[in-house]
Design a protein around this ligand. Structure first.
Ligand code: PEP
Ligand code: MN
Length: 340
C-alpha cells in the first residue's frame, strides 16, 4: 500500500506512520517530496491489509491510503505521481526536456566512435551510446570489444562533456562497466535476467531497462520493480520494439507503450527507433512520432559510415541525417510542450 501524508504532516507524524507500518511487519520506503511525503509499504501481511489501511486513513495527518493490487508498487504512478527525473551527473532524464542519447551501435575503433560522438554532440546529444559487450543472437557474430571499448567511450565522453550509456550483460561485470558508464543498459534479451536485475538494485548507478522483445508492459514494469525494490531508484525504461508477425521491419515499435507507461508508472520512458525498426528510412519518422507521443528520451544509432558498420549499419543514421533529424524534432517537441 501507499500512504500519502497530508501536506501539513510534521516530521514526528511521518515517523509515527512509518513506525506503525514497521510494527505491522511491512518494509517502509518513503519519498520525502517538497510538497508532501509518500510512504510505500511492501511485504506481507496481505490478510490484515484492509484493517491497516483503515486505521492509517483515520489519522488526521494522513491524506490517503492507496492499496495497490498491481504486481508492482515502486514502479507505479501512485508511488510518485509527479514523475521521476533521473540526474545522470547533471544531465536529466525525465521532466520537460527530452534527453538525446546517440552514438554507434558498437564501439569499433576510437576514430569511428569519435566521429560519431562529435556529430551527435554538435546536434545536441548529451549522452553517448555505444556497445562494448554486444548480445548477439549468433555466437559467430561480433561480440564487442569489451573493456577496450569501455575505455574509448569514457575517454571520448569526458573530452566532449557527454555521459555514457552502454550495455551490461553479465552480473559479474556490473562493477567494471560502472567504472566507465553513467547509465547501465539492460538489453532486451536480459530483461528477465532476474539475478542481474537484483544486483542492479544494490547500486545507485542509473539503469535503463529495455523492453523484452516478447514482454508485456506489466512484465517489463515488474522487471523494473526488481531494481527499485533493491533500493536503486534510478530506473528508466526503453521501448525498442517487440516481436510480431511482421517481418518487413526488424521489430514492431510499440509507441502506444509510451503513453501507457506514463499512465501506469512514474519512470522515464526512452524510445529506441533504431532497433525498433531496423531500417534507416523509417528511423526518422518513428523518432518524430516518439517525441509526439511523449517520450522522455531517444536512443539513436549514428555511424559515420553506416555501410562499413560492424553491426546494425542498416538502421544507423549518418552524422548528417542525425543533425537534420534533431532540427526537425524541435518544433514537434515545442508542439507537445517539451524541449529538446
Ligand atoms: C542495442 O542497443 O544496440 C541493442 C543491442 O539493443 P537491444 O537489446 O534492444 O536489442
Ligand atoms: Mn544496435
Amino acid at each position: 500500500m501507499i500512504v500519502v501524508m497530508a501536506a501539513h504532516a510534521t516530521e514526528i507524524e511521518i515517523k509515527d506512520v512509518e513506525q506503525r507500518i514497521v510494527d505491522w511487519g511491512y518494509g517502509v520506503h518513503p519519498i520525502y517530496g517538497t510538497e508532501r511525503t509518500v510512504i510505500g509499504a511492501v511485504g506481507v501481511p496481505e490478510a490484515d491489509k484492509a484493517r491497516y489501511m483503515e486505521s492509517l486513513e483515520s489519522l488526521p495527518y494522513v491524506e490517503q491510503v492507496i492499496g495497490i493490487l498491481r504486481p508492482y508498487k515502486f514502479a507505479s504512478r501512485e508511488y510518485h505521481p509527479e514523475g521521476t527525473v533521473i540526474d545522470v551527473k547533471g544531465v536529466k532524464v525525465g521532466g520537460n526536456h527530452i534527453a538525446l542519447m546517440a552514438g554507434p551501435c558498437t564501439v569499433e575503433t576510437y576514430e569511428q566512435t569519435w566521429e560519431s560522438a562529435v556529430a551527435c554532440k554538435a546536434a545536441g546529444a548529451t549522452i553517448l551510446r555505444g556497445g562494448a559487450y554486444k548480445p548477439s543472437t549468433s555466437p559467430y557474430s561480433f561480440q564487442g570489444h569489451g573493456v577496450e571499448a569501455l575505455k574509448i567511450l569514457k575517454d571520448i565522453a569526458d573530452k566532449l562533456d557527454m555521459r555514457v550509456i552502454t550495455e551490461v550483460m553479465d552480473l559479474r561485470n556490473i562493477e567494471l562497466v560502472s567504472q566507465y558508464a553513467d547509465i547501465l543498459q539492460i538489453g532486451t534479451r536480459n530483461m528477465q535476467n532476474y539475478d542481474l536485475l537484483r544486483e542492479l538494485g544494490k547500486i545507485q548507478t542509473p539503469v535503463m531497462i529495455k523492453r523484452g522483445m516478447s514482454a508485456k508492459i506489466e512484465e517489463w514494469l515488474q522487471a523494473a520493480e526488481y531494481v527499485l525494490l533493491g533500493g536503486n531508484r534510478n530506473v528508466m525504461l526503453c521501448e525498442r520494439g517487440i516481436r510480431t508477425f511482421e517481418s518487413y521491419t526488424r521489430n514492431t515499435l510499440d509507441l502506444s507503450a509510451v503513453p501507457a507507461i506514463k499512465e501506469l508508472s512514474h519512470l522515464p520512458i526512452v524510445v529506441d527507433p533504431s532497433q525498433g525498426t531496423g531500417k534507416r528510412s523509417l528511423v526518422i519518422a518513428m523518432t518524430k512520432a516518439a517525441v509526439a507521443v511523449g517520450a522522455d528520451g531517444l536512443l539513436i544509432e549514428v555511424h559515420p559510415h553506416p555501410d562499413q558498420a560492424l553491426k546494425d549499419g542498416a538502421q544507423s543514421l549518418t552524422c548528417e541525417h542525425f543533425g537534420q533529424l534533431v532540427e526537425e524534432l524541435k518544433p514537434i517537441a515545442t508542439a507537445v510542450g517539451r524541449s529538446i
